[in-house]
Design a protein around this ligand. Structure first.
Ligand SMILES: [Zn+2]
Ligand SMILES: [Zn+2]
Length: 264
């Protein structure tokens, strides 16, 4: 039986629809034809959470997260009770994306840390995994996960671009590592070296669509169908058949997000 890929991180409400068939439904159909069966639609802020939840209600292949992106925490202040209310929605399988981005927004680092801690505490309370965005903030990211995270439910470092040491520390905290189209970029030799070392049972693949389209689509708007390129790159780097990477990343996804045994 042929297994289907999961795009573990995409922003379906942000897709550039003109480049993927004119609707989210068309984008999901194109993905399905390419061998991508399910999608985790990631929230960015309180303004887009209703759209994310609505997409998950509309399409059975789509699941949702709720959270506030670290680059949106200055604009949108959310407390735990507001987030908890959204997180009760049956479509929600994780908290995020949250985390720390000191590369683009060092000035808001204090607000980011408070928000990240709040997301981690809430996820622990609700027994949900966390989808973490981290850039130029290795030590603080790991320290906050250690302090407030749940090693039982863990989570994912999405769009991973850090070093092996960071991956190793995160895996010790029951986090998995999600690889995006960056792995196909010519200048990503360091990331490919990390991917080579990653145990297959800790790897996920994602598009982060509409951002970060993989080669040969680099520079275009990204879409979930292109996650096949990411999985193929991981397979090439590890010297494995594509089918094995598809099976592993899909079963990792189901284990982390609690969907093992559930219908799609
Ligand atoms: Zn992100
Ligand atoms: Zn994202």
């Amino acid at each position: 039986m042929e297994s289907l890929l999961v795009d573990s991180h995409c922003h379906l409400d942000q897709l550039e629809l003109a480049s993927c068939g004119g609707s989210v439904a068309a984008a999901l159909d194109a993905a399905r034809e390419a061998g991508v069966g399910r999608f985790l639609c990631i929230a960015l802020n309180p303004a887009n959470i209703p759209a994310v939840l609505q997409l998950a209600r509309e399409f059975s292949a789509v699941a949702a997260t709720v959270g506030v992106h670290p680059l949106h925490v200055s604009e949108y202040r959310v407390d735990a009770s507001g987030l908890r209310e959204w997180a009760q929605d049956p479509q929600v399988v994780a908290i995020g994306e949250t985390g720390l981005d000191y590369f683009y927004a060092a000035a808001s680092s204090e607000i980011q840390r408070a928000s990240f801690a709040m997301h981690l505490r809430l996820a622990s309370e609700l027994g949900l995994p966390v989808v973490v965005h981290t850039r130029d903030a290795r030590e603080d990211t790991l320290a906050l996960i250690r302090e407030y995270g749940s090693t039982e439910h863990g989570g994912v470092l999405h769009c991973f671009t850090e070093d092996w040491e960071m991956a190793r520390c995160a895996m010790d905290l029951n986090y998995s590592i999600s690889i995006s189209g960056i792995v196909t970029f010519a200048n990503a030799a360091d990331l490919r070296e990390v991917v080579r070392k990653l145990p297959l049972d800790r790897v996920l693949v994602e598009t982060d669509a509409p951002y970060l389209a993989p080669v040969p689509h680099r520079g275009e708007a990204n879409q979930p169908a292109y996650v096949v390129r990411v999985a193929q790159a991981v397979a090439d780097i590890k010297g494995l058949p594509l089918e094995q990477v598809i099976e592993a990343t899909t079963s990792n996804y189901d284990r982390i997000f609690g969907l093992a045994g559930g219908g799609s």
